[in-house]
Ligand binder design. Structure first.
Ligand code: ADP
Ligand code: MG
Length: 567
């Protein structure tokens, strides 16, 4: 066994950096938190190459005097805590005193700072482990510059993703802090281009409007809830405005952006049946709670918190969201209206095979097709629809249960591919072009893929300032909802920008086909018949383009076995 040795400071800092600084966005998060703690009301974040070459955060906060400036880059140097008892009542965003020392140990680091009281400020440079301190003329506040992040840890550097992906992480974290801090002006610049700025406003709602745009904001409802344990306030998206990922879901505890399962469970449980599977509500929700009832010190990046009374916390957050959905009439009456149900089903459910087949002149039409391969549906007899989701029919093998959305998806997919490969996509011009307001991160993805989208029939112009205009859509989709476009962007942001265009195309098409379909649509009998006919004419009627089944069939022998008719 080798002898135990004490690690030197440089190495300890590097190890700590591994926990605090995972990627450029973590640096941005720590620096923004410091600026907020320093009471800044202007924070400008200037990024080059997704943060790989430069991260610069400038604030107009309290600044530091020379002695503090010297100390701040030491490990465990913090002004936010002076004894261990305070740890439980911490109300600032920082307190561990390891962010700056960690960041400085894995980059070329400089910090310029000045307080109100002094004339001259201080500049500190840390490069290759050497620290240099000088006086400098500057204004009140602090500017931190982080260059060549991870250049001394090649393994970390290699692990970073593309510039666009790293920038997306940064844009997301800046957006999150900008959303909840209405009293702070934020500006985010990437490669000399202003990505967004959020003015100081007097209301949280106006702040959200300035960041997410009017369209999203108009679909939000207010949450305000108070108990003797906590207070919840903010906004949640109406169930009609959900997303296919959680990028627009921001929850804060005492204005600290956190990821917490209890909040998440309470939120999804409160929405419950109002959400389709894999859809996520938009939220900007802050929970104000006595800091002594939580522990924010369970993770170096402080994004995860521990709540001591989990049940109470869950209940209050659940009630807060539920109450807001109720008062805004967003929870429909769950009772099934019997009369309605029967009225809509004009055709009686036929259970006896012989009686169905005997009725040749019944309104239930029989369909004949030539080919009778095992993969085809063939002649069928329509029975009806259940739960606005499944179509029941009978063919020569037995009972068919068709998932109407999966079927529509398959039909649209094949139509789209045929047009795309042979004729070119037919587009329809929107009478009134639609404005799409995007978040900074989405906007980057849009710019990167705008040509590809137009090739696929979505004609989009860049309007500047994260706004785009949708002018044409592929005709086969009928009416296109803007949510489809933002969903496609989310789907694309998960694909590395190096992916070949072909793979991206394929994914957009499959995705668009799936999303172009409305859920829970009631269908008339002729429409259902048309759907089954069209499905049968596709090359693969039994699977949707995502590989799920479009139809399952229960054979007569199987039914007989189930009813124990077989002796
Ligand atoms: P922590 O935030 O946990 O205290 P940091 O390493 O992030 O630790 O910062 C160390 C100290 O440096 C802070 O406690 C604060 O006193 C000072 N500091 C850091 N950034 C700023 C800033 N932007 N403005 C004023 N003081 C700052
Ligand atoms: Mg800090």
């Amino acid at each position: 066994m080798p002898k135990i040795t004490i690690l030197d400071d440089a190495l300890i800092n590097k190890i700590a950096a591994g926990e605090v600084v995972e990627r450029p966005a973590s640096v941005v998060k720590e620096l923004i938190e410091n600026s907020i703690d320093a009471n800044a009301d202007e924070i400008v974040i200037d990024i080059k190459d997704g943060g790989k070459s430069l991260i610069k955060v400038a604030d107009n906060g309290n600044g530091m005097d020379k002695d503090d400036a010297k100390l701040c880059i030491e490990r465990h140097a913090t002004s936010k805590l002076s004894n261990v008892n305070e740890l439980s009542s911490i109300s600032t965003l920082g307190f561990r005193g390891e962010a700056l020392s960690s960041i400085a140990s894995v980059s070329d680091f400089s910090l310029i700072t000045k307080t109100e009281q002094v004339i001259e400020g201080t500049i500190i440079r840390v490069e290759e482990g050497k620290t240099e301190i000088k006086d400098i003329g500057c204004s009140k506040g602090t500017v931190v510059e982080v260059k060549s992040l991870f250049s001394n840890i090649p393994a970390r550097k290699k692990f970073l993703k593309s510039i666009q992906v790293e920038f997306n992480y940064i844009a997301n974290i800046v957006t999150r802090y900008a959303l909840i801090n209405k009293d702070i002006f934020f500006k985010l610049v990437h490669n000399d281009k202003i990505i967004f700025s959020s003015q100081k406003t007097d209301s949280l709602f106006n702040n959200i409007v300035s960041i997410y745009g009017k369209e999203i904001a108009s679909n939000l409802v207010k949450v305000f809830y108070e108990s003797d344990y906590l207070k919840v306030y903010g906004y949640i998206g109406k169930p009609a405005l959900t997303r296919n990922d959680k990028q627009m879901q921001s929850c804060y505890v005492n204005k600290r952006y956190v990821k917490n399962n209890i909040i998440s469970n309470a939120l999804y449980d409160a929405f419950h049946t109002l959400l389709f599977i894999n859809r996520h509500p938009i939220t900007v929700l802050n929970i104000e709670i006595n800091p002594e009832t939580i522990d924010v010190n369970v993770h170096p990046s402080k994004k995860i918190i521990k709540v001591f009374d989990e049940d109470r916390f869950y209940n209050d957050v659940f009630n807060a969201v539920r109450q807001s959905l109720y008062t805004n009439n967003l929870i429909p009456d769950a009772k099934l209206d019997d009369t309605n149900y029967k009225d809509n089903r004009k055709y009686p459910l036929q259970t006896d095979k012989q009686s169905v087949l005997a009725v040749e002149d019944s309104p239930v039409k029989k369909k004949q097709t030539e080919e009778k391969t095992s993969e085809k549906i063939g002649p069928f007899l329509l029975i009806g629809q259940i739960s606005k989701t499944y179509i029941l029919a009978e063919n020569n093998k037995g009972l068919l249960i068709i998932d109407q959305h999966a079927a529509q998806e398959r039909i649209n997919y094949e139509k789209f591919m045929k047009q795309y490969e042979k004729e070119g996509i037919k587009t329809q011009k929107l009478v009134k072009p639609k404005v799409i307001n995007l978040s900074a991160a989405e906007s980057g993805v849009m710019e990167e893929n705008i040509n590809l989208l137009s090739k696929l029939g979505f004609g989009i112009d860049n309007y500047g300032n994260n706004s785009f205009i949708l002018r044409t859509t592929p005709s086969i989709f009928g009416r296109v909802n803007i949510v489809l476009i933002t969903d496609i962007l989310t789907e694309l942001s998960g694909i590395s920008s190096k992916s070949i265009a072909k793979a991206k195309e394929e994914r957009i098409i499959r995705f668009a086909c799936r999303k172009s379909i409305k859920a829970g649509e009631e269908m008339t009998m002729p429409l259902m018949e048309k759907l089954i006919e069209e499905l049968d004419n596709t090359e693969q009627p039994f699977t949707c383009p995502h590989g799920r089944p479009t139809a399952i069939s229960i054979s007569l022998p199987e039914l007989e076995r189930k009813f124990k008719r077989v002796v």
